[in-house]
Write a protein that binds this ligand. Structure first.
Ligand SMILES: Cc1cc2nc3c(=O)[nH]c(=O)nc-3n(C[C@H](O)[C@H](O)[C@H](O)COP(=O)(O)O)c2cc1C
Length: 199
């Protein structure tokens, strides 16, 4: 975090919960990057190479991809999750990455106390409502501070992208902007409380 004028700049780690090259949730991530308020920075916390969780592997030491994921999250003031929906739930690759990141490592849990927001897009009619509901019970279990509103649940997303696979629908982009503005405020509430405690 760093101060600029009256507003504080915060860094956000973005987790895209799909490994697919043409992912709609990655398009959502790109739309968030382009709509970012000047007081937020976003860096991706990549999950592409994170192996399936295995406690024996964990005991032998973090694989490189897990160390990278942990580092991206621990250096951030908040986490934004771009969440697809598989079979009315959270895709395995995303849950797997969160399982790794949730573990105590060198006396620290990187997800603990982190403000978190969720957005999601699907080509179904429910627009990731059900996977986001599952996330809403999971994330507080990990000690995360979940922003309750505004929701971004994009249904039938294939109708909202242009030929280059970018989210071009202006109403959707506006909802993303609103979510990001609210998320800056959400991070700020906890960061201010922390600063007050320390002063
Ligand atoms: C195994 C599997 C299960 C799916 N289940 C759902 C579902 O329950 N609800 C839904 O809206 N879409 C479902 N879909 C369609 C996804 O929304 C669609 O594939 C979407 O593009 C995935 O996100 P991505 O584009 O970011 O990869 C499913 C897709 C797969 C591969």
């Amino acid at each position: 975090m760093a101060g600029i004028g009256n507003a504080t700049m915060y860094r956000v780690a973005g987790i895209v919960g799909s490994l697919r090259a043409g992912s709609y949730n990655r398009a959502l991530f790109r739309a968030a990057v382009s709509a970012l308020p000047s007081r937020l920075q976003i860096v991706e916390a990549p999950i592409l190479d994170v192996p399936l969780f295995n406690q024996d592997v964990e005991d032998a030491g973090d694989p490189e991809a897990v160390a990278g994921l942990r580092q991206a999250i621990s250096g951030a003031d908040g986490v934004l999750i771009f969440c697809p929906e598989y079979n009315a739930g959270i895709p395995g690759v995303l849950k797997n990455a969160l399982d790794w990141a949730s573990r105590m490592h060198n006396g620290q849990r990187v997800l603990w106390d982190k403000p978190v927001g969720i957005m999601g897009a699907s080509d179904g009619r429910f627009g990731t409502t059900r996977s986001q509901m599952a996330m809403r019970s999971l994330l507080p279990q990990l000690g995360m501070r979940l922003m309750p509103t505004p929701a971004v649940m994009i249904a039938q997303v294939e109708e909202l992208v242009d030929d280059d696979g970018n989210l071009s629908d202006e109403k959707t982009r506006e909802r993303i902007r609103e979510h990001l503005e609210a998320f800056h405020h959400w991070i700020d509430v906890f960061a201010r409380a922390e600063r007050d405690r320390e002063s």
